[in-house]
Design a protein around this ligand. Structure first.
Ligand code: OMP
Length: 213
């Protein structure tokens, strides 16, 4: 695990973004942990988050033309990543987002910001079963653009429809990489090395045995 990944896990736990307990997921699964990106809810937290996303993206070295933040949660994530790419990495790239409802006045439409065209890097929070990301793919394909990849904060490494993980299925079905700041495996490593947090390991490992790959 890289230093920035360890730092990211520490930061997420400190902010209460990564929590342990009992949570019902969108997929209906009951999980002993939850990642709530909405709790990166101060200026400094969002700035730091943008740096982590930008670091993961630069390390992956995937080419793309535009960053896309799907409504609603992806919007600040894509914005923060765009700011960090420009300020920390000297890459001033276009970014855009969608509205959930089409606007029929002013500039109209459902897309805001740079044109959603060319190779699109989607920025989102978490992938569990892959449902949310498949909906985003319809927007991109509807515009005639190509997805260059997906950038997320946490890869929960859960099973998809078959033997592969939900993320591997997304990569196979759309022929694009999914880049994450950290994966569950790294969170488990972090927990194992922390005297206080170690107590959460058994529940997370049991969940992984049931739903993981
Ligand atoms: P899938 O559509 O099953 O991939 O779930 C992804 C979505 O679930 C995310 O975009 C979140 O809205 C939500 N989620 C979290 O935010 N954090 C988690 O730790 C788990 C989920 C989830 O419900 O699976």
């Amino acid at each position: 695990m890289q230093a920035y990944q360890r730092e990211f896990i520490r930061f997420a736990i400190e902010r209460g973004v990564l929590r342990f307990g009992e949570f019902t997921l969108k997929s209906g699964r009951t999980s002993p942990y939850f990642f709530n990106a909405g709790l990166f809810n101060s200026g400094l937290a969002l700035a730091k988050l943008g740096r982590f996303y930008a670091s993961a993206l630069m390390e992956a070295g995937v080419d793309f033309d535009v960053l896309f933040g799907p409504a609603y949660k992806g919007i600040p994530l894509a914005a923060a990543t765009a700011v960090s790419l420009a300020e920390q990495h000297g890459r001033d790239l276009p970014w855009c987002f969608n509205r959930k409802e089409a606007k029929d006045h002013g500039e109209g439409g459902t897309l805001v910001g740079a044109p959603l065209a060319g190779r699109v890097m989607i920025v989102d929070d978490v992938i569990t079963a892959g449902t949310a990301i498949r909906e985003v793919m319809q927007i991109i394909q509807g515009q005639g653009a190509q997805a260059a990849g997906v950038l997320i904060a946490l890869n929960r490494q859960e099973r998809g429809q078959g033997e592969l993980s939900a993320i591997q299925e997304v990569e196979r079905d759309y022929g694009m990489p999914v880049i994450s700041i950290v994966s569950l495996e790294q969170v488990l490593d972090y927990l194992a090395g922390d005297a206080e947090l170690k107590k959460h390991l058994p529940a997370v490992e049991a969940y992984r045995a049931q739903y993981g790959i």
